[in-house]
Design a protein around this ligand. Structure first.
Ligand code: ADP
Ligand code: MG
Length: 537
């Protein structure tokens, strides 16, 4: 049960046992709108935060739409559909989920009124589709073309996407890091955000955050006698450890038989010797292993001047692999020359009271690490979410090569253009286009509300100025006043905006077309997609 949202928006299946078609639809719409109302208050940089509490008492404080949606205990099937659409949006463009759910809620509200006036759901769907087609043209006409040279605009894009987090005032510093990270891993214009690692370090302040061209592993070398720093390092990664094969000492060793014990010891040592020689033969400088390292091996490695790190997480091994080009060998005996990776510098550094291994000066491989600093775990976690949003937005902006003004400027322009366009649409579809146009205004209105500005005055001013040709005027949430959004640095990727419209219209139409909620036995993936197909026909 979504206890944490009691008193606000109860979105549970108990709310839905209605009989008639219209009651079912009303309940569906109500659930979608309730979800929308819940996340709406977090829209924009001045939006409020939500405290999410799970049944174990774990707490997350966030302003990030997708985090709220994905962690929220949602039971009503309609609300789940809205969440799924938002998750798809997040996967596609990395941002815009709060906006999409907010617009969905507004479209649902307006659609319900149209349905009451006997406009059929099919006509609504067609009208919305036409509106979106027209909106694409308007978006394109109002966009600004950018390239990877436009680092200032890209930093604005990152800062805008990161604005809606509960960690305020640090966007500029982070935006700069995000843009540098994105550009340094860009490969022929493609940005694979997987190559941007985030290392969270408690303690220090956000301004201590830095970008490392390489990867950082939250471990230390196993023995302080080992070198702490190695340049031009040949790197090995092992799926196993550097321990004697257990089966050879499997035989019951009785303490009353010291000769036998000594023999086992000798056998064990010779195995470990062999392992270390294998590494020295291959001229390995640094070895990362998944399991443990026996004492004897540890000392031998130290004497050979090899840096060794044990009990690495699989994700760490993966990072090393990607950064250095090493192949993970199943075991030491399987390790060959071809498996070795390379790094210009491997060094253990003390940061935030903990030692970490930095792997830098990489050859062809592209990997960067944002070392995030900040007071508490909650802060650093929220920073990480912000970074992800920023990276996603920069990637999308570079992918598209087009950005549009934020702060509601684009939505006000869309509303204006779509209203004009509506006059050319015939039939009842015209009503749908008009309502779609009006629904756009929920964004500037909500931004104003959340920023403590008067929503009506704001909207009136924005509409008037857009009417007068000022297409980039929006609400600057930091001042609460209308301003040129490109100057204010409130900029978003064009594709985020167009996908928000697609996603919102799709969810709204899907919900409107539901005329029954039928209890079913476990729906397989296939079953679920069949249902979706039917409902979107
Ligand atoms: P979403 O999940 O939809 O990305 P956000 O909480 O990130 O939601 O808010 C995004 C909205 O906030 C966009 O419409 C964007 O233009 C707007 N926005 C971001 N920064 C500012 C700002 N400084 N002033 C006004 N609006 C802003
Ligand atoms: Mg955002």
């Amino acid at each position: 049960m979504s206890q944490q949202f009691q008193g606000r928006a109860m979105i549970t299946s108990e709310d839905t046992t209605p009989a008639s078609e219209s009651e079912i639809r009303s309940a569906s719409i109500a659930a979608g709108r309730a979800l929308s109302e819940t996340v709406r208050t977090t829209l924009g940089p001045e939006g409020m935060d939500k405290m999410l509490v799970d049944s174990m008492g774990d707490v997350v404080v966030t302003n990030d739409g997708i985090t709220i949606l994905s962690k929220m205990d949602i039971e009503h099937p309609t609300a789940q559909l809205v969440r799924e659409a938002a998750e798809t949006l997040e996967d596609d463009v990395g941002d815009g989920t709060t906006s999409a759910v907010t617009v969905t809620g507004e479209l649902l509200k307006r659609s319900e009124e149209l349905l009451e006036q006997n406009v059929h759901a099919t006509e609504l769907a067609r009208g919305y589709r036409e509106a979106i087609e027209q909106a694409r043209t308007t978006l394109d006409e109002n966009s600004v073309a950018i390239t990877d040279d436009d680092t200032d605009i890209l930093a604005d894009v990152a800062a805008t996407a990161m604005g809606g987090t509960s960690v305020g005032g640090v966007e500029d510093i982070l935006a700069d890091l995000v843009v540098r990270a994105a550009l340094s891993i860009a490969d022929a214009g493609e940005i694979d955000t997987e190559h941007v690692n985030v290392e969270k370090v408690g303690g220090g302040t956000v301004t201590d955050s830095e970008l490392i061209e390489g990867v950082v592993i939250g471990k230390e070398r196993v023995n302080t006698e080992m070198p702490a720093q190695i340049s031009n390092a040949r790197v090995a990664v092992l799926q196993t450890g550097l321990e004697a094969n257990e089966t050879s000492v499997d035989a019951e060793v009785s303490a009353s038989n010291p000769e036998q014990l000594a023999a086992f010891r000798a056998d064990e040592e010779s195995q470990l010797e062999e392992m270390v020689s294998h590494l020295t033969d291959l001229e390995v400088d640094v070895v990362f292993v998944r399991r443990g390292i026996a004492d004897h091996a540890e000392h031998r490695l130290a004497r050979e001047g090899i840096m060794a790190v044990r009990r690495c997480k699989l994700s760490d091994l993966e990072k090393v692999r990607r950064a250095t080009g090493a192949d993970t060998a199943g075991g030491i005996d399987l390790l060959t020359e071809e498996d070795l990776g390379f790094a210009g510098m491997v060094a253990q550094k003390d940061i935030g009271h903990d030692d970490r291994i930095y792997i830098e000066e990489l050859a062809d491989t592209k990997a960067v690490t944002l070392v995030l600093r900040g007071g508490t775990d909650h802060t650093v976690d929220e920073l990480e979410r912000a970074i992800e949003n920023g990276l996603g937005a920069v990637r999308t902006a570079l992918d598209d090569g087009k950005v549009v003004p934020g702060g509601g400027a684009t939505e006000v322009e869309l509303a204006l253009e779509l209203r004009q366009y509506a006059d050319s649409v015939d039939g009842r579809k015209q009503l749908a286009v008009k309502e779609f146009a009006a629904a756009m205004e929920v964004i500037p209105r909500t931004l104003a509300e959340n920023a403590g500005a008067n929503p009506i005055d704001t909207l009136v001013e924005l509409c008037t100025r857009h009417d007068g040709g000022e297409a980039v005027v929006g609400l600057d949430a930091s001042t609460g006043a209308a301003a040129d959004m490109m100057d204010a640095g409130v900029v978003e990727p064009l594709r985020v905006k167009s996908q928000i419209l697609d996603s919102a219209a799709e969810s709204a139409v899907m919900i409107l077309r539901i005329d029954d909620v039928v209890p079913a036995t476990s729906l397989s993936d296939d079953g679920a997609s069949e249902m979706n197909e039917e409902s979107s026909q």
